[in-house]
Ligand binder design. Structure first.
Ligand code: PLP
Length: 360
């Protein structure tokens, strides 16, 4: 892929950038550039370019605004102590986006082109990758959408893929403290044959009202159960779940089409296994959660995803009851797994799995 570059004429000053990187928050500030490539059935992927970051103009009849034909990814670039910049398993994001795009009837962007696009943007905006202190990183958001101007219902004949990036500090304001979860019994996020295993905005749109309910109940995030039996724990709106048992067994709900296959989740299967834990990917019922915490068999619970890495889970509330937090602070294994993962990402531990990809 040939990428043309138009450098920003008014990049953020070094002084302002230092201020932003001192306290980046999450998803608020964006780098100086963005990557764009277009697709049509006739030309395939074409016109790849890096341009100054800024608003895009869309016709009001642009398909994505009406039918939500869209997919996205979330990944990070990490600066190591020697100044080099790395991404974590970027080909996994590329493969997942291809899978999501197939589900949304969008064209596939080849893995090498996806990784090349992300690398090109990170290189263009390398000064935006924060120093590793405080485990800050550059959050990268690739996304693809139906950009044809047409109100008929069919897969779009014009598609746009873009990559933007935003420096990131801690995702949850509370830091590494257990979050309180709300169990929704009214809403589900995915059904059989739906798009639960595709990373698409529609899944988030359908989760927001449940998230609103969670906030109203004083909770941080929502837990969704399976749509068919309302029995099995699936995941949060944007994170996968793990349960740690007294005997050291680690359980995560199996991905059978309705759960997003998190790259953090998959990496933890390997990390926990490497630490000598028995790891089970299986159906996990809400009763097993309640009973396990009550009996003391479940000793830790955590959620995981790129943005927040690993987050301890405390109390689970639902309409009419709650189950106490297994731990009041982050659990021992939760802390250990999180540490193992971020140590690899920030280059403080040997990358024995071969997960890191050097960009600069
Ligand atoms: C992105 C996402 C996750 C986490 O995936 P990672 O690859 O670990 O970041 C989990 N659940 C949903 C619904 C997601 O969209």
């Amino acid at each position: 892929m040939q990428i043309s570059t138009t450098p920003a004429t008014q990049p953020v000053t070094d002084e302002r950038l230092a201020e932003i990187l001192a306290d980046p928050g999450f998803g608020t500030f964006f780098t100086d550039h963005m990557f764009t490539v277009e697709w049509t059935p006739e030309k395939g992927w074409h016109d790849a370019r890096i341009t100054p970051y800024g608003p895009i103009t869309l016709d009001p009849a642009t398909a994505v605004l009406h039918y939500a034909q869209e997919t996205f990814e979330g990944m990070k670039a990490y600066r190591h102590a020697d100044g080099s910049i790395w991404t974590f398993r970027p080909e996994k994001n590329a493969e997942r986006m291809a899978k999501s795009s197939r589900r949304l009837a969008l064209p596939e962007l080849p893995v090498e082109e996806f990784v090349g696009a992300v690398d090109a943007l990170v290189r263009a905006d390398a000064r935006w990758v924060p120093d590793p202190e405080g485990e800050k990183s550059l959050y990268i958001r690739p996304f693809m959408f139906a950009s044809e101007t047409f109100l008929g219902v069919r897969p779009s004949h014009h598609v746009t893929f873009m990559v933007i990036a935003s420096p990131a500090g801690a995702y949850f304001k509370g830091g590494f403290k257990p979050v309180t979860l709300w169990l929704t019994t009214e809403y589900t996020r995915a059904g059989r044959g739906g798009m639960g295993d595709a990373k698409t905005g529609g899944n988030y749109a359908s989760s927001l009202v449940a998230q609103q309910e969670a906030y109203a109940q004083g909770c941080d995030q929502v837990v969704f159960l399976d749509a068919q039996e309302s029995t099995y724990v699936e995941e949060l709106g944007g994170m996968n779940l793990y349960f740690v048992f007294k005997d050291g067994t680690v359980v995560t709900p199996s991905t059978t089409g309705t759960i997003l296959e998190g790259i953090t989740r998959a990496s933890i299967v390997e990390i926990a296994g490497g630490l000598g834990h028995k790891v089970e990917e299986r159906k996990f019922s809400i009763d097993e959660w309640r009973d396990g915490v009550a009996s003391g068999d479940i000793v830790e619970i955590f959620a995981c995803g790129t943005a927040a890495v690993v987050t301890p889970v405390g109390t689970l509330k639902w309409d009419g009851g709650e189950t106490p937090a297994p731990t009041t602070e982050a659990g021992e294994l939760t802390t250990k797994i999180r540490q193992a993962l971020v140590d690899i990402q920030f280059g403080r531990a040997e990358d024995t799995f071969g997960w890191m990809h050097k960009v600069v």
